[in-house]
Every structure is written in C-alpha cells, then in structure tokens.
Design a protein around this ligand. Structure first.
Ligand SMILES: Cc1cc2nc3c(=O)[nH]c(=O)nc-3n(C[C@H](O)[C@H](O)[C@H](O)COP(=O)(O)O)c2cc1C
Length: 366
C-alpha cells in the first residue's frame, strides 16, 4: 500500500511519462502484466486542454481498465494550470502531475518544464493555486536542478511540500545532463532528506535489483520507471515480486514476448486506427525486439509496416528466419542470447557500453 495524499495505491512502482509512448495502449498492456497501479499520461499542455484541442484530448484518452490514472500537465500560467486541473478532476482523473523536468527549449522558453526549478516562489504559488482548487492529489516531477551548480531540487521539494503537494518524483539528473551521464543517487537522497512527503526516485531503473538499490541507497518511497518498461513491460510485476520476496523471476519466454507485442499492436490499432497505429508502432516494436536475440529481419521490415496483414506477415517470416538460431529444444543458442540487463548506476562500466538509448519522439532531448 502506498498513500498518495488521500489516494491509496496498491504499488509503490510508477510508470514515468514518456511523450509519444505512454498512451492508452501502452498503459493497458503494462497494467495487464501486473505490478503497476498509478500510471501517467505523456505531458499535456494545460492551455491546449482548456482549448479542447484534439491532440491534447487524444493524450488523455483513457477507459475503465486504465485506473488509477495521473495526467501530467505542463504550463506556466497559474490560472490555466488551475483550470486544467479542475477540468481533469471533473473527468475522474485520479491525480495530477506537474512537469518540472522537461529540458526541451520549447517548453522551458514559456516558463514550463525545467524552468520551473529555477524560480521557487513563483512555482510554489502556481502549485498552491492547483492544490487549493482540487481534491485529488497533485504531484511534481522534477530533475535535480538546472545544472551541477544549481541543484535546487531539495529546496523546491520543500517549497512544494509547504503548499500541499502529495509527492515528488525526482529524476536523478540535471537539466544540463539531458539523458546522459549516470543517475545521481546521492542527489535523490538529498531530496528524500529534505521533505516528509513521499519521494519517488527515477532514472535508469531497468531491473528489479536496480529498483531495490535505488530504494535502499536513497530512502525513496517508491520508484518510477520509464525506458526500462520499453525493454521489459514485465518489469513492474517482476520488481514488485522481488521487493516482496527477494526472488528474481525468470525473463519472459520469447513466445510470451510475442503474445504481448501482438496485444500492444492490436490496441494501437483500436485506439489510433490502422494507418496511424501501424506508423506509431514502427518505433515501439524495435524495443520489444531488443530482447528477441537476432532480429535484423524483423527490425528492417517493421519500420515500414503499414497494415495489420503486413504485421502478421512480418512476424511469421521472422519466426521462420529465427529458427536458424535455435537449438534442438527450440531455445535460442547461448551465443545469440541477449545479455542480461543491468541498471546503469549499478555497474558504471557496463553502463558506459550500454547506456539506455533515448528513443525518437516528439521531444528532441529529455
Ligand atoms: C522519449 C521520452 C519522452 C519523455 N517524456 C516525458 C514527459 O512527457 N514528461 C516527463 O516528465 N518526463 C518525460 N521523460 C523523462 C522520463 O519520464 C524519465 O524521467 C527519464 O526517461 C528517466 O527515467 P528512465 O531511465 O526510467 O527512462 C521522457 C523521456 C523519454 C526518453
């Protein structure tokens, strides 16, 4: 059990917002595998929501199975952030997260995202307006600070606690770091020590052991996982099992990966239609295939896939092609098996070789 203000959650593991990816099909697919309770949408512009912009509405598309749901808002105009929060509350959203970590110029230029970390009083006043207006919990997602000389997160977290924020999500990097360099666990610990509200650690958690290490090293109350969920949509159920029992579950079989890939693909088509769903899935499928073993044929063809029929054809051709790498029991021969995943901050030497790639998306740098 995890208390986010008045909201009781069944898990202290969270899905990080990933613009372009954390849409309804992805959230439903991960929820079904277990271990996750509160999931978050991509960042949504508060003003676009109030203007009933079609794209903003698509970003908050949800259904009864997609609960509890947080919507992440960005913006810098207090009245817009407050009114967008009221609107989301009226739709039945479970909580609202405020984006204070986005380093993208377009977002910072208008005073949103990471820029909010540089003006504590102004930010606290904006957040107070939201917290006072709604009954549902309001949370904030931030980085450690703008750069190494301005590690403002502990002060900002304290200021936000003072105006009633229910929890803070902290990505253990600065704005200047973008997605590179190692996550700074000490930096996360300083935020934990600065406040009494729950602090949820984030950054480079790709394994259950990584989640546990982040919790024990920083004292954070939970962990939020982004890219690790691309590689391994089972990470929430495996991590929750590991945190409770100390037992590591085996990686899912290839057949299970294909089953979930198909489910995810079907949902993309249901939600976005065949044409757009296929186009969007072109950048999702290669994440699944990173754990397939040899997948050149699949990767080459999936990036032009434009229909359900073509998807099935690619998959069946790939299954035949992949047989050459299997042993007599139908298992991938050892030399072709993907290396085990390691959370980057656990073994820096491995991290240098295998830093988590940043997927292409509507944002250039995160
Ligand atoms: C493609 C992409 C999109 C992202 N979109 C968002 C976003 O919309 N809002 C946000 O707060 N963070 C966003 N992030 C940052 C992630 O939520 C997370 O903080 C970061 O990736 C580190 O966690 P991870 O290593 O578990 O992925 C994004 C990151 C990536 C790679």
């Amino acid at each position: 059990m995890f208390a986010l203000g008045q909201l009781q959650l069944k898990s202290n593991l969270f899905l990080s917002p990933l613009a372009g990816y954390t849409n309804l099909p992805f959230r439903l697919t991960i929820r079904e595998l277990g271990g996750l309770d509160l999931a978050t949408t991509d960042l949504v512009n508060a003003r676009s929501l109030l203007e009933k912009n079609h794209k903003a509405f698509k970003l908050i598309e949800t259904n009864a199975q997609d609960r509890p749901l947080a919507v992440q808002l960005f913006g810098s105009v207090p009245e817009e952030m407050r009114d967008a929060s009221l609107f989301l509350e009226s739709l039945g959203v479970s909580s609202i997260d405020i984006n204070m970590g986005c380093p993208v110029r377009k977002v910072c230029r208008v005073g949103g995202g990471s820029a909010m970390m540089t003006e504590l009083d102004k930010t606290a006043a904006l957040v107070k307006g939201m917290v006072d207006a709604v009954k549902i919990p309001v949370t904030a997602k931030m980085r450690l600070g703008w750069d190494d000389d301005n590690l403002t997160a502990p002060d900002l977290a304290r200021a936000l606690e003072g105006v009633g924020v229910a929890a803070v999500f902290i990505h253990g990097r600065t704005r200047e770091q973008g997605s590179s360099g190692t996550v700074n666990l000490e930096g996360i610990r300083k935020v934990v020590e600065a406040v009494k509200i729950p602090v949820i650690g984030n950054g480079d958690v790709t394994t259950p052991q990584g989640a546990k290490l982040m919790i024990t090293h920083t004292g954070c109350a939970g962990v939020s996982i982004g890219r690790g969920a691309f590689y391994n949509p089972w990470i929430f159920t495996h991590t929750s099992h590991y945190l409770e029992s100390g037992e590591l579950l085996p990686e899912p079989s290839f057949e299970e990966r294909i089953r979930v890939l198909r489910l995810h693909f079907d949902r993309m088509i249901q939600v976005f239609g065949e044409d757009l769903g296929c186009r969007m899935f072109r950048k999702i499928a290669p994440w699944y295939s990173k754990r397939f073993g040899p997948a050149n044929l699949f990767n080459k063809r999936i990036v032009t896939c434009s229909s359900r029929a073509e998807f099935e054809e690619i998959l069946s051709d790939y299954l035949v092609w992949r047989r050459q790498f299997l042993d007599e029991n139908g298992e991938l021969r050892e030399t072709y098996r993907p290396l085990p995943l390691v959370s980057a901050f656990m073994e820096p030497a491995v991290a240098a070789r295998t830093a988590i790639p940043v997927p292409k998306g509507p944002v250039e740098v995160w």
